[in-house]
Design a protein around this ligand. Structure first.
Ligand code: PLP
Length: 311
């Protein structure tokens, strides 16, 4: 039997959001930014990344995202040939070239690939990429008004001693299994516990519960979210007590309010956990206060960095 022909002029059948990527010292249309299938970032999920948003033409708290990204690189023994200022400039250029006023901006470092297919991570040259695409919220107006129904997963556990959750990573199989389990329980999203049964986080978000005007959020088994940090900062200025501590599933179900936080969705209400309605079933007053304060801070020049779209 004749061998099939090897394709030389590859035609990419996929579609891409409108945006600009940076890879191999070049700014590219999103559809042109490629990763080798031998890259350990793809083969082993051996990568770290970060996501910052641009709102009305300004980055929000970019310095904090850069700090977290560089801390992840160090913990994973990865290095890139750019300083924080240079990464900031690359991200800025991606957004400016894309023209997007509201953007989702990602910086990535993969372990890279080895020409000899060596399994020793020290033999591999790490690869940096970045991109800016339109901001798409993981929430929507209906969920912001009514709240999301979350299911606490009965089986999947996050053991912090295995994959350090404080490094932003693509090891999402636990979170994805959590989501499928949640759908089968009638939920819209998932909440995962750690190995001793305390609440950790969900697929792409941190969790907060409110009881008698005191806010609590898990302190272990989590990615220290930048939106979570912003909730702490806002609580500080608003004189609201917010503690990072152990949170049990019972405390969540018994809370007056529950809300979640993420760069891609900001602060979002949860109004049902498992079969239990939270509070009166509507987003609560502290959620409303913090969500409004969060968006107001986007106008504050101390927390935002404007993009120069004209070069
Ligand atoms: N937890 C996980 C696992 C995440 O992936 C994310 C964000 O993607 C968060 C929490 C929230 O972090 P941030 O507020 O920095 O977006």
């Amino acid at each position: 039997m004749a061998l099939p022909q090897v394709s030389i002029d590859y035609i990419d059948p996929h579609t891409y959001p409108k945006g600009i990527a940076y890879a191999d010292n070049q700014y590219l249309d999103m559809s042109k930014a490629k990763l080798s299938i031998l890259d350990y970032g793809f083969l082993h999920s051996d990568a770290t990344y970060d996501v910052v948003h641009v709102w009305k033409g300004s980055f929000f708290r970019l310095d904090l995202y850069l700090d977290r990204f560089f801390s992840g690189l160090e913990k994973l023994h990865m290095s890139i040939p750019y300083s924080k200022d240079e990464v900031s400039r690359i991200l800025h250029n991606c957004v400016a070239l894309s023209g997007h006023k509201n953007a989702y901006v990602e910086m990535i470092c993969t372990r890279g690939n080895s020409p000899s297919f060596s399994r020793d991570p020290r033999d591999v040259i790490n690869r940096f990429m970045a991109f800016a695409v339109p901001f798409g919220s993981v929430s929507n107006p209906k969920l912001m008004k009514q709240g999301t129904h979350a299911a606490i997963n009965p089986t999947v556990r996050i053991p912090p001693s295995s994959i350090d959750p404080s490094i932003k990573n693509y090891h999402w199989l636990d979170l994805i299994k959590g989501l499928y389990d949640a759908y089968s329980q009638g939920g819209e999203t998932a909440i995962l516990l750690d190995t001793v049964g305390n609440v950790t986080e969900g697929p792409g978000f941190n969790i907060f519960c409110v009881k008698d005007r005191t806010i609590k959020t898990p302190d272990l088994g989590i990615l220290p979210g930048i939106t979570r940090r912003t909730v702490f900062d806002l609580c500080n200025t608003l004189n609201i007590t917010c503690e990072a501590t152990t949170v049990t599933p019972a405390q969540l179900e018994d809370a007056d309010e529950v809300f979640i936080s993420s760069t891609a969705g900001c602060i979002m209400p949860i109004t049902k956990i498992n079969q239990k309605t939270i509070g009166n079933g509507s987003p609560g007053p502290l959620f409303q206060l913090l969500k409004d304060a969060f968006w107001e801070k986007h106008e504050n020049s101390e927390w935002s960095l404007p993009i120069n779209y004209n070069g």
